[in-house]
Design a protein around this ligand. Structure first.
Ligand code: SF4
Length: 369
């Protein structure tokens, strides 16, 4: 039976980054903010306090062991159950990983601690940093991101700008839109004006797919995301997937959620204003938002698929603790046979450890309670 890791998950096929090995540096769920759309669930402790929440050596030992398994990995991503820069040893983790592998290291961060020069220094050795900016003003920031007192909008913007000035690597800024909160042209224009000052290399436009922290939070329609992306400028790409109904009717890009102008031109009923087509350079040796979705670019040879017995209920629970997933996502995320995952999920539902949630793009499984 394969080893169960405490601090790692995946590798999962990620929409943005390929096969991503997730490294979880903080307990569930520590974050300076509490986004209405968070797929990890509501923040249980809002804080900006940095500590060694989990032992650095333990994390590095797990990464070393995982690499020794020789499973296909494109990138190692610090993300998971909260904000990775809250870990005071994040710099040691990045440097430690880079001493043991040439795989790129990415940091998924909300950017709230970047005002702190030490945090900026800590993550400088990362190859890619993916911060977030969901609001163009403090009022909207309070509504969508619900920060703790110290995580102010002004600090967030100042930190993002300071980081850009110091960091020579690639910054992919995610802008996450939620219907009725920040999906107006006015908000997009304000965000654009901040983007012009922050100067990210790329902007990922996204909206809700998996079960959000606030059940009432709603996704922005795909076409509207295209319009908002156009306002954000030519570095913006919609990375959200079209709803399944549209995919099944043959509209749009089925797999990546990235806008393909060719596909849209052929099949979409209206011209959607979009940004540039997928940029090969940005598809790195490429991890999400850690979204475990099928990705046919990276087929896993049968010889590398685990046997049914080797996929444990704990592995499924470990993945679902990070985010709700569809059965097909779990199967892909764990590189496991679909029949085995269906059995395990049915068993976990029967034991009331997991519940089912119906969403526009299918049935999701989430941790109960
Ligand atoms: S989405 Fe990210 S930044 Fe927002 S509450 Fe969840 S873990 Fe924190």
């Amino acid at each position: 039976m394969s080893r169960i890791y405490k601090h790692l998950f995946g590798p999962v096929p990620s929409r943005r980054l390929g096969k991503s090995l997730g490294v979880d540096l903080v307990p569930h769920k520590l974050c300076p903010i509490d986004c209405v759309y968070c797929e990890v669930g509501p923040t249980t402790q809002k804080t900006i306090e940095r500590r060694e929440y989990v032992p650095v050596e333990e994390v590095l030992e797990e990464v070393r062991a995982k690499l020794a398994e020789n499973v296909p990995i494109d990138i190692i991503t610090l993300s998971g159950s909260g904000e990775p820069t809250l870990h005071s040893g994040v710099g040691r983790v990045i440097r430690g990983i880079k001493e043991m592998t040439r795989l790129p290291v990415a940091v998924l961060t909300n950017g709230n601690l970047l005002y702190d020069p030490q945090v900026r220094r800590d993550i400088l050795p990362a190859d890619l940093v993916l911060p977030s900016l969901d609001a163009g003003d403090a009022e909207t920031y309070a509504r969508i991101n619900r920060p703790c007192e110290q995580a102010t909008f002004e600090r967030l913007i100042a930190g993002l700008k300071a980081f850009r000035a110091e960091y020579p690597g690639r910054i992919r800024l995610e802008v996450f839109f939620v219907a009725g909160i920040n999906d107006t042209a006015d908000q997009a224009r304000k965000i654009r004006s901040l983007i012009d000052q922050i100067k990210p290399d790329q902007i990922d436009v996204n909206s809700i797919a998996r079960p959000p922290a606030e059940p009432d939070a709603r996704a922005v329609p795909f076409e509207r995301l295209g319009e908002l992306a156009a306002i954000l400028g030519d570095k913006a790409e919609v990375i959200a997937s079209r709803p399944r109904q549209e995919q099944e009717s043959g509209i749009g890009n089925r797999e990546s959620g990235k806008h393909s102008q060719a596909a849209d031109a052929q099949s979409a009923p209206t011209q959607i204003p979009v940004s540039r087509p997928p940029n090969p350079e940005s598809r790195l040796p490429i991890p999400d938002s850690q979204i475990p979705i099928p990705d046919p670019r990276f087929p896993i040879p049968d010889s590398q698929l685990p046997t049914p017995a080797s996929v444990s209920p704990d592995a499924v629970l470990a993945l679902l603790r990070r985010r709700g997933c569809r059965a097909e996502d779990v199967a892909k995320g764990l590189s496991a046979p679909r029949e085995r995952i269906d059995q395990l999920l049915a068993d976990l539902v029967a034991r009331h450890l997991v519940t089912r949630q119906q969403r526009p793009d299918g049935e999701y499984f989430v941790i109960a309670g």
